[in-house]
Ligand binder design. Structure first.
Ligand code: SF4
Length: 470
């Protein structure tokens, strides 16, 4: 056996949560790792039980942490791996792994690959095969933990989904009451923008890379062959590269005229590229996810979202005219959100009939402050920032107005009840609005106006069965 024999390093890739879709955090590294000659198996703990035999057989276990929920579940998985196979080398990789490298290295990880660098995983496996004992922040060689690993244009092959659970184990696309299998692809990575609360920014610093169109289309073909009738473009922002978006969707529609798709883009891009949306709808787009986050000028300025409340209204009109549904996401609670802002947000949702477009769970989303977030250096942070809660991978914060933290607790409890009851969204919106108005000591007249039938909600929009959740 040679010094660098891949046979010495069987690899287990673990994903814990990817918003209900078949994980690209398994399919993409699997493609690169197989190309390099290593034997690899995959485990998606979102839909599969823990595989003790696979954990025991692995020399390298790479756990994906593309988002906060995935990271927390990943730590539990790493503990199980460590217990069943103390010799295994455990590596965390992905956006949230890099942000939380110090905590992970102190606790469960041998190495951490910052960002979405699959090639670094291959280099890690090669290092292990050659007998090295890598430790710490890893980019292909050990790097100073205080420095960001160099960000290079990724060379991405077509993702390899072999061995992954079939698409019917994942979220479906639902339109007009009919559920269909959904696939998930990415046409770009990173983002040109620098919203202050976004985990992409510390890793990409305002850069983005397109995935070659032929790779994207080959992946779409793979997903269609697996039964997908709808594709989600999971790019952080599909319109960072409008030329790429047009090229890919035109080719997709030419080959699969019945295939529908959705994508994510920011309010600013909806306005800037307004001329594009009618064509995207003709090509099969059915809905657009957009992080509107808040209507408060102060919150939008602190998050550097690049849009105003008036822009949100305008973006909604543009999508309405194109026949596309807007699926907004919110950061409902931040240190700068006042009670009146919270009520105004619900009023806006009700006024535009969007109760069915924004899952009520979003009314309880509270700003997350992972280590590395630029917001912890905000000029007013002394008023609300508390200590790092390492076990939860976030800084604690308390609102300067104690009523907001109390309201958050009440809203969270009410949302849990709504979920249990499977309550219609407009009813939940009305109940949460009443809670906020009560906290603001509004008069009974104002609270009474929140009857569920006060404003008609739009019909259910096309959607995926898994709600967005960070
Ligand atoms: S536009 Fe979206 S993906 Fe880009 S930095 Fe802002 S929140 Fe993140």
């Amino acid at each position: 056996m040679s010094d660098r024999a891949p046979e010495r390093v069987p690899i287990l890739l673990i994903s814990c949560y990817e918003l209900g879709h078949q994980p690209l955090s398994l399919a993409w590294p699997q493609a690169l790792i197989r190309q390099a000659g290593f034997s690899v198996s995959t485990l998606d703990l979102a839909v599969q039980p823990f595989d003790l035999a696979a954990a025991r057989a692995a020399r390298l276990v790479a756990i994906a942490a593309p988002m906060h929920t995935a990271l927390r579940l990943g730590v539990a998985a790493a503990t199980q791996v460590r217990r069943s196979n103390p010799q295994a080398h455990i590596c965390f990789w992905g956006l949230y792994a890099g942000l939380n490298a110090a905590i992970l290295l102190e606790t469960v990880a041998d190495t951490v690959v910052g960002g979405e660098d699959e090639a670094a995983l291959v280099r890690l496996a090669e290092a292990l095969a050659s007998g090295a004992r890598p430790a710490g922040l890893w980019a292909g060689a050990l790097v100073d933990g205080r420095d960001r690993p160099p960000l290079a244009r990724p060379v991405l092959p077509v993702p390899d989904s072999r061995g992954l659970p079939p698409l019917d184990r994942y979220a479906r696309y639902v339109s007009k009451g009919v559920a269909r299998l959904a696939g998930y692809v990415e046409a770009s990575r990173g983002c040109l923008h620098t919203c202050q609360h976004c985990p992409i920014v510390p890793v990409y610093g305002g850069r983005f890379f397109v995935v070659p169109a032929e790779v994207v289309l080959a992946h779409v073909r793979q997903q269609v062959a697996a039964g997908a009738e709808h594709i989600t473009f999971g790019d952080p922002d599909f319109l960072n590269g409008p030329g790429q978006a047009r090229k890919v969707t035109r080719a997709l529609h030419a080959e699969f005229p019945r295939l529908t798709f959705d994508f994510t883009t920011k309010v600013e891009h909806i306005i800037k590229h307004r001329a594009l949306f009618a064509e995207l709808a003709d090509l099969g787009a059915t809905f657009v996810t957009s992080a509107i986050e808040s209507l408060s000028p102060l919150v939008l300025e602190r998050l550097q979202k690049g849009h105003t409340a008036a822009d949100i209204d305008m973006a909604l009109d543009i999508l309405d005219n194109a026949g596309l549904a807007l699926r907004p996401t919110l950061v409902a609670f931040t240190p700068w959100t006042r009670l009146e802002d919270y009520v105004a947000l619900i009023d806006f949702v009700e006024a535009r009939g969007l109760q069915t477009h924004i899952p009520p769970i979003q009314l309880g989303i509270r700003l997350l402050l992972p280590p590395g977030s630029p917001l912890i250096h905000a000029p007013d942070a002394v008023l609300w920032l508390r200590e790092l809660d390492a076990s939860n991978f976030t800084y604690r914060w308390e609102h300067p107005d104690a009523r907001m933290d109390r309201l958050h607790g009440q809203v969270a409890a009410r949302l849990a009840l709504a979920d249990e009851r499977r309550e219609p969204a407009p009813e939940t919106y009305a109940a949460v609005r009443a809670l906020a108005l009560t906290a603001a000591q509004a008069g009974p007249d104002r609270i009474a106006r929140t009857l569920p039938d006060r404003l008609p909600a739009r019909p259910d929009p096309p959607r995926l069965t898994e709600d967005w959740f960070c």
